[in-house]
Design a protein around this ligand. Structure first.
Ligand code: ADP
Length: 467
């Protein structure tokens, strides 16, 4: 052995950071987080910073009736019959505590809740910076404060096993430069209490994602950080971990074809969908419930085609009066990835949409707002009360980008990784966050990843400490 720790955590996203803090809380004296990239935080630092939890102080304050049961039921519906109810229940039951951990570390949230697609009530907090870094930065700071060691440019390459086949430690490549596969040297690290793999998904590994879903070619946009390449997950499979649901790879229906990565439009659209309409440019008509679950919407958007069958990104129309309530609106307009219009005529002209059906659609939708009942797609109008589509308007274009891998290794409610031969836990090996599979089934609901990562990271740390 070159080095020795009690707990080795691989990956510095929500799952790894939460685990580090929880480990120290439970008496761990030597925990190190190994991160292969130069910057900490992975995808966790670059998403929308949206955190769903039931029975929170904000829900109580706003008189919103919610429960673990209602949240789990929403998730099971989006999971289309193959989600892991036991794990969803475990996560929902501890989500409020995880939220509190972020607040204790200094994360700041808006004083309102959002109702995201597929959620039956408003239950989603958002960081004041509208970004996951509003959580990873405070957690990183907290890790340093309580004595978690953080080591970047440290790439996990493999496990070191005992004679009996338990995980005793890991091989790390250090100092590693992402651009050069062979940079750095191999360091053997012993981890006496276990190894937690918290390395995120594999959406940036085009070969691997195409092996699961050939439509997800290199040309399809992706919201993920470059490090989401999945090699640690593959190493767990080699060790015998059970692969689950690898082909369920989710695309974000709020992404824009006019900017790279997660971008500004994503947050803007997530906030505005409840009181906006999404319109097919060929027909001038709505084509989906704007707050259906992610898969329903991404599939509906991908079906928007021109007369020759080529992709024709739909547009989202919002009243500027409502759009400007979210800080991303200013950015979307400033960076030219969204536009302001004074009339529907101007929108129709710019996007080559037939005006008459568009006008008719807007009138029809406004009648639904008035009645509080969307007769076209059954969208919940709770968050759209009195919010008519009226001039001036803002418009963004929509096209799905690869966002999240529902698949990964199978874990139990102790965050132990299960062996495909025995069905039992692989000794010394734990996993948390997006690297795990099967929890959400076919499609994860928005804002449910942060609670999952945090709760399962904390769970793994407690399991390793025997708490
Ligand atoms: P989660 O949301 O599940 O916590 P993230 O994607 O936010 O996952 O974070 C995972 C982190 O793990 C990223 O920062 C990524 O760079 C890192 N990572 C991925 N593979 C490796 C590896 N082989 N060795 C070390 N770190 C890794």
């Amino acid at each position: 052995w070159d080095e020795q720790v009690e707990m080795a955590i691989i990956g510095s996203g929500f799952a790894g950071l939460a685990a580090g803090i929880e480990a120290i809380k439970h008496g761990c004296k030597a925990v190190t987080i190994y991160e292969k990239m130069a910057v900490y935080g992975g995808n966790s630092a670059i998403n929308g910073g949206l955190f769903a939890a039931p029975n929170t102080p904000l829900q109580q304050q706003k008189g919103i009736n919610d429960s673990v049961d209602i949240m789990v039921a929403d998730q099971l519906k989006s999971g289309r019959g193959v989600a892991d109810e036991k794990l969803l229940r475990h996560i929902a039951s501890h989500a409020r505590d995880a939220l509190q951990m972020t607040i204790d570390a200094g994360a700041e949230y808006y004083p309102y809740l959002q109702q995201l697609g597929g959620h039956s009530v408003p239950r989603t907090y958002q960081t004041k910076v509208s970004c996951g870094a509003g959580i990873t930065q405070p957690l990183l700071h907290e890790c340093r404060k309580v004595g978690v060691t953080l080591q970047n440019r440290s790439k996990f390459e493999g496990f070191i096993l005992t004679k009996e086949g338990a995980v005793a430690g890991i091989r790390i490549r250090y100092p590693y430069y992402f651009e050069d596969e062979n940079s750095g040297n191999i360091v053997n690290i012993r981890a006496s209490k276990g190894v937690l793999v918290a390395t995120g998904g594999f959406a940036q590994n085009v070969n691997l994602r195409m092996a699961q879903d050939p439509t997800l070619t290199a040309e399809v946009g992706c919201t993920n950080a470059k490090g989401a390449t999945g090699e640690a997950m593959l190493e767990m499979f080699r060790l015998g971990a059970v692969p689950v649901h690898l082909a369920y790879i989710q695309s974000g229906p709020w992404a824009s074809p006019d900017e790279g990565g997660f971008g500004y439009v994503s947050n803007y659209a997530i906030f505005n969908f409840p009181h906006s309409i999404a319109v097919n440019c060929l027909t001038g008509k709505r084509f989906m419930n704007e707050i259906a679950d992610r898969k329903t919407r991404a599939d509906a958007e991908l079906a928007c085609r021109d007369a020759a069958g080529k992709p024709l990104p739909p547009i989202m129309i919002t009243s500027y009066a409502h759009a400007k309530e979210h800080p991303t609106c200013e950015k979307v307009l400033k960076y030219g990835v969204g536009w302001k219009f004074d009339s529907l005529q101007a929108i129709a002209k710019r996007f080559n949409i037939p005006l008459q059906p568009l006008q008719q659609q807007v009138d029809e939708y406004n009648a639904y707002v008035k009645a509080g009942d969307d007769k076209q797609f059954g969208k919940s109008m709770a968050k759209a009360k009195d919010m008519y589509i009226a001039a001036p308007y803002t418009v963004v274009r929509l096209w799905p980008k690869v966002h999240y891998c529902q698949g990964g290794v199978q874990v139990n409610a102790n965050a132990e990784v299960l062996d495909s031969n025995t069905g039992k836990a692989i000794k010394g090996l734990y996993a948390a966050g997006e690297v795990c599979g099967g929890i959400h089934g076919v499609s994860r609901l928005g804002s449910c990843s942060i609670p999952e990562c945090m709760v399962m990271g904390m769970t793994a740390a407690r399991s390793m400490m025997g708490a």
